[in-house]
Design a protein around this ligand. Structure first.
Ligand SMILES: [Zn+2]
Ligand SMILES: [Zn+2]
Length: 133
């Protein structure tokens, strides 16, 4: 017997030994969850890809505030531990209603920079012609 976990929200729905597992799965409703984009104040070497720099982290959670607090404590993903170890701050750039599926889609897209309002603001500023002088 082992726990049966909802593929969408990660919640434990029941156990493989439960006789009413099918009903439990049918009755299960995923809690609303949030996908968030964290923007690091400085780019950092990406532990998942040593040749690349990363400045964003996409995660999701039914309880994003608690999850992000864990990131702040240096727990969780390797890249967030590296960010904390180096004393680099981060901001919550944007959040979307969604769960694991949306997180995976956004990660696969590899366009965090274009999703990030902080980076987009920077690009807009860079494109502003001339300075007042
Ligand atoms: Zn679920
Ligand atoms: Zn950004």
């Amino acid at each position: 017997m082992s726990a049966v976990v909802c593929v969408t929200c990660g919640a434990t729905v029941g156990d493989t030994g439960d006789r009413d597992l099918v009903e439990a799965m049918a009755a299960h409703e995923c809690p609303p969850s949030t996908v968030y984009l964290l923007h690091f104040l400085e780019p950092i070497g990406n532990p998942d890809n040593p040749r690349a720099m990363a400045q964003h982290y996409i995660g999701w959670s039914p309880t994003p505030a608690q999850r992000i607090a864990k990131h702040t404590a240096g727990n969780g993903a390797a890249i967030m531990r590296a960010v904390q170890a180096r004393g680099i701050g981060f901001e919550i750039a944007i959040t979307w209603p969604g769960g694991r599926d949306l997180e995976r889609r956004l990660k696969r897209w590899h366009k965090a920079r274009q999703l990030c309002p902080i980076c987009r603001d920077g690009l807009v500023l860079d494109a502003t012609p001339g300075g007042a002088s």
